[in-house]
Design a binder for this molecule. Sequence first.
Ligand SMILES: Cc1cc2nc3c(=O)[nH]c(=O)nc-3n(C[C@H](O)[C@H](O)[C@H](O)COP(=O)(O)OP(=O)(O)OC[C@H]3O[C@@H](n4cnc5c(N)ncnc54)[C@H](O)[C@@H]3O)c2cc1C
Length: 325
Amino acid sequence: MRERSAMILGAGVSGLTCGVRLMEEGFDVCIAAHLLSPNTTSDIAPAYWYPYKVAPQNRVLVWAAYSYSKYLELSLIPESGISMSPLLKIFDHEVEEPFWKAAVKSFRRAAPDEMPQGYVDGFVTDVPRIETPVYMRYLLDRFTELGGDLKKLDREIVSLEEISGDAPLLINCAGLGAGKLCRDESTFPIRGQILLVNKVGLNRIVSVESGRLAPIYIVPRNEDCVLGGTAEENDWNLNIDPDTSDEILAKCIELEPSLADAEVCGHKAGLRPGRTEVRMEIETVPGVGTVIHNYGHGGGGFTLSWGCAGEVLSLAEDFFSRNEN
Ligand SMILES: Cc1cc2nc3c(=O)[nH]c(=O)nc-3n(C[C@H](O)[C@H](O)[C@H](O)COP(=O)(O)OP(=O)(O)OC[C@H]3O[C@@H](n4cnc5c(N)ncnc54)[C@H](O)[C@@H]3O)c2cc1C
């Protein structure tokens, strides 16, 4: 291995984006993970740029703004699976301007005729829409084209010691799995159940944030349309609940009546890696060595990925320059 080498644990969006970013800067990187795309939590996300259930706000804004601009660039590359889409967010009460307004290119309040009965406030903005089946493949290909090494682990490791020693620096992008590995009690699952319907003629993402329809979202994609969803904290259940699916579908049809003709083609459930705050820090762990932690991105792993990868890169560069001197 070259001098600036790192081992990344995790091949979800966080690990892959860090892998690409570090390889682009001349690092030698191996990503090791039990689950690879298309089987990670990241592959389940619909997904679109929006800082949902992530903290702390000041750091989230920086990471999300950086990621937004990176996705804008990627939207010019058709095979990336990134495109810009209008997003309508609606509320049953008046809301202040969101903290993330500074990160987006356009922003306006929703007009009354854009909202269903009982809803009084909302906003319309343009956000990156991430076709996860395409984008995860794109990231993986980009990583390997750059010369990155990918190692599938045949089981989940139970301690970081198991993969320490292979490189001078370990980057922990294990998502929800990091909770057990680091005995970190600030982590928790946020369960999300969604259903997929066939491609419908809708052209914007709609999301209801409060009131009788919440939490509901409709994310039209190139090949299908995702209807969501739930956000159940501390629920580890990955089974599909048919009643929940029926409820999501009924609410989405109320919001967008044309969905009544849509054909349901799949159901999924995933666990967002919740944490009181995203863990982004460098630490010396006895028996393991130097570890950069990058996990706990809740409902915003895609939204923060490039910003967080940039910060991981700075921490890694500092680490190697300190060790050279
Ligand atoms: C229904 C749903 C909708 C969502 N919508 C959005 C959205 O619109 N926008 C958005 O930005 N985000 C969204 N998210 C959240 C987003 O998916 C997550 O924040 C993101 O996927 C986290 O990525 P990650 O790489 O940190 O973790 P993961 O994707 O979970 O990857 C973790 C990796 O670490 C590996 N790993 C973990 N523990 C171990 C271990 N012990 N041994 C070996 N390997 C291990 C796993 O195998 C895997 O490779 C959504 C999530 C869900 C479930």
